[in-house]
Design a protein around this ligand. Sequence first.
Ligand code: ATP
Ligand code: MG
Length: 426
Amino acid sequence: MGKNIKSVRGMHDYLPVDTVFLRKLEKVIQDVLSSYGYKEIRLPIVEKTILFERSIGEFTDVIEKEMYTFNDRHGESLTLRPEGTAGCIRALIEHGLLDQKEQRLWYIGPMFRYERPQKGRYRQFYQIGVEVFGLNGPDIDAELIVMTARWWKMLGITKYVHLELNSIGSLESRTRYKKALINFLEYHKSNLDEDCLYRLYNNPLRILDSKNPKIQLLLNNAPILKDFLDDKSTRHFKDLCTILDDLGITYTVNQKLVRGLDYYNLTVFEWITSNLGAQGTICAGGRYDGLVYQLGGQKTPALGLAIGLDRLLLLMQYIKLQKQAIQSIDIYIVIIDNNVKSAAMLIAEKLRDTIPQLKLITDFSNRNVRKQFSTAAKLGARMALIVGSDEVKEGFITIKDLHTGKQQICHQDDMPYIFKRFMKIN
Ligand code: ATP
Ligand code: MG
């Protein structure tokens, strides 16, 4: 028999246990999108390579090393899409849809990047992308962010994510800033790592993103982009912040947030969670006013974002586990002898009388003690009360702390007091 064929590295299956979850999640997001007037567009997974080369930027990770590019049978270079914005713009130009004043669109589907696979980083991953065309902002920038906040609210994950915001200004202001940054970094060249040295002249802004703590320390003294923004860019950002403040959206301004693709300008933002390790960005976006023109269309202001659905799913699953832990029960009553059942129920009722918030389950399975303990552990019980006929006769009961394994015998009358103390109730 031949060896089993496995899936391609970094490309995994979503089994029914996950797809049930994913469908719910996608529905919530799509319903919110409809309520803001966004419509779906479906785009091919494969595009001509030149489309990405012309839009994403020569010296970006995606173009340099992450694309799945191949020649078709006629020798035409095609690429599995690494992102959706370029294809969306290509389609709008092709169908003349940008002649209409505004477009609010979304799409969903797989993206492909040849990256080192790890938790939350795959070679085939899924995004919901959102794109708006024909509006200058900053009101629409704010509304787009407000909509993302509504997603998190509807999904019940607001407290697990935070918003980072920045303005990377106009191309001119960025060019001036790049010069200043290069000057600064050249002065500290001996402290730069290999990656930064490589980026120094072709994409210095990406150095701000460096994960190397030594570089981050060095950057604390580097010139900051904000000081190089022209008046228009500064005003755009200030107005955006004001609207977000008015609408009660909290954010932190991260001066080093620059985004990985070259086409952004002015507003950039990321929603980050600290619960998924290094792959913490679950949604990212910004403005890209030059891109439509760059791809052959009329000058059209535009902005958009993408949710990393795989990461969002991981976060939702993490939260579900957390919630289960929070909702786990406090006390599990283990019954040694069947004839003490009603005594055990009486103990449980007395405890419920005195401490109504106590979550308590009595074992009625008639199984052996070991199995009862294993159910208690599965339910995440904090304590077990062990009820046997000898104890009941004497008026005593055994309490076992299921975290530490310690056992103590106490008088039944003392139990409410012991549990109150344990639950920190006065
Ligand atoms: P990162 O810094 O994590 O590599 P990025 O800047 O390359 O992200 P974008 O191109 O902005 O990411 O894509 C938008 C979102 O898509 C990301 O915030 C993330 O949630 C998700 N994403 C990007 N690359 C991957 C991947 N390889 N696997 C899973 N999700 C991804
Ligand atoms: Mg990336």
